[in-house]
Design a protein around this ligand. Structure first.
Ligand SMILES: NC(=O)c1ccc[n+]([C@@H]2O[C@H](COP(=O)([O-])OP(=O)(O)OC[C@H]3O[C@@H](n4cnc5c(N)ncnc54)[C@H](OP(=O)(O)O)[C@@H]3O)[C@@H](O)[C@H]2O)c1
Length: 321
């Protein structure tokens, strides 16, 4: 059977790695773009059979080389995203200017589809630069290319994530865990394989011109998530509600770290629930029912953070991955 070519940006991240495994198994050929083939590309080399994965290093997306990649692709998927800015206007560059460029190229080269990963609940957050840049990116994509599918997931989790793994590391080492907004903010965590199944169905079906919220099967408060993580790593910690002025002050300092645990911008996002809304269709409306439950899934990898586990006393588990 002839391979179908997919151009994938942000392939080395949590969602990208899992998506590559699924797509290459189903006879798609992936052209995976990364900024550094040596530091990031090695993660990908084992994810697909020979001939199904081409790694391309691209540091500057304005480069002419990008046109050759679009020329030979049928579908473009953009998974590039950042959680905090390392330089001024980086949110705008990554979440708005880059998706605008990729959707324009998808239009110019008459691709079948452009699939973009945005985020859930960002419309409500008028004072976060992360949210504003993601909303602006969505708007520019819709203007540039009609055959675009914008996916808006709640928290995406797995052993490859920067969420459950980071919190399990923190909970292993800190004597207490601060709760922002009393831990009442709600989330609908979706396991990465459930999200990848949704992306796969979007690729296989005729969907385009669609904005879709992607949520898991449960609604959990931040406090419930922390309690489930603690139970899973078999540890007890004090959960400490942090008054907002104090939370803002700690975020001001924490965001100075190279990989900040919390920024002022993230604190603003945490104020709002991260669950499906009435404003867009969601995966349930299209009959895509997520199967994986949070507590069952985290139990499959949390042993690393239990006493004696590989990461049980390590603040940043990503360092050793
Ligand atoms: N994970 C979640 O819980 C979640 C929730 C909602 C929305 N999303 C969205 O889903 C998308 C994928 O998420 P993910 O969790 O897979 O992300 P991730 O693991 O953080 O991966 C992000 C990818 O973006 C690329 N990247 C990072 N900074 C970049 C920069 N300055 N310039 C160019 N490329 C850069 C990296 O590629 P290289 O280093 O290889 O170049 C990396 O592979 C993102 O847009 C994210 O905002 C994720």
């Amino acid at each position: 059977m002839k391979q179908k070519e997919i151009l994938l940006f942000g392939a080395t991240g949590q969602i990208g790695r899992n998506l590559i495994r699924k797509l290459t198994n189903r006879n798609y050929k992936i052209i995976a773009v990364t900024r550094n083939i040596h530091t990031a590309g090695y993660i990908l080399k084992t994810q697909a059979n020979p001939g199904y994965l081409e790694l391309v290093e691209l540091k500057n997306f304005q480069n002419n080389k990008i046109d050759d990649l679009f020329q030979k692709s049928k579908i473009c998927i953009n998974l590039i995203g950042i959680l905090n800015e390392k330089k001024k206007d980086e949110f705008k560059l990554i979440h708005s200017d880059l998706p605008a460029l990729l959707s324009k190229k998808s239009n110019d080269f008459q691709l079948d589809k452009f699939i973009h990963l945005s985020a859930l609940g960002i419309e409500k957050v008028a004072d976060s630069n992360y949210a504003l840049s993601k909303v602006d990116g969505e708007k520019r994509i819709r203007q540039n290319f009609q055959k675009s599918v914008i996916l808006k997931p709640s928290i995406v989790y797995s052993v490859d994530d920067k969420f459950t793994t980071k919190f399990m590391s923190l909970l292993s080492t800190l004597p207490f865990m601060p709760l922002y907004y009393n831990g009442k903010t709600k989330f609908s965590p979706i396991h990465v394989t459930d999200l990848v199944d949704i992306i796969f169905k979007i690729i296989e079906n005729k969907y385009n011109n669609l904005v879709l919220e992607c949520v898991g099967p449960e609604v959990l408060t931040f406090k419930e998530i922390i309690q489930k993580l603690l139970k899973s790593i078999n540890k007890k910690r004090i959960l400490l509600p942090l008054p907002l002025p104090f939370a803002k002050l700690t975020a001001k300092f924490l965001q100075l770290l190279p990989n900040p645990l919390l920024t002022e911008d993230q604190l603003k996002m945490l104020k709002y629930d991260n669950c499906k809304s009435e404003n867009f269709k969601n995966n349930y409306d299209l009959g895509y029912i997520p199967k994986k439950k949070f507590e069952i899934e985290i139990n499959k990898y949390s042993y690393n953070w239990r006493s004696g586990g590989q990461f049980s006393n390590q603040v940043d588990s990503n360092k050793s991955k």
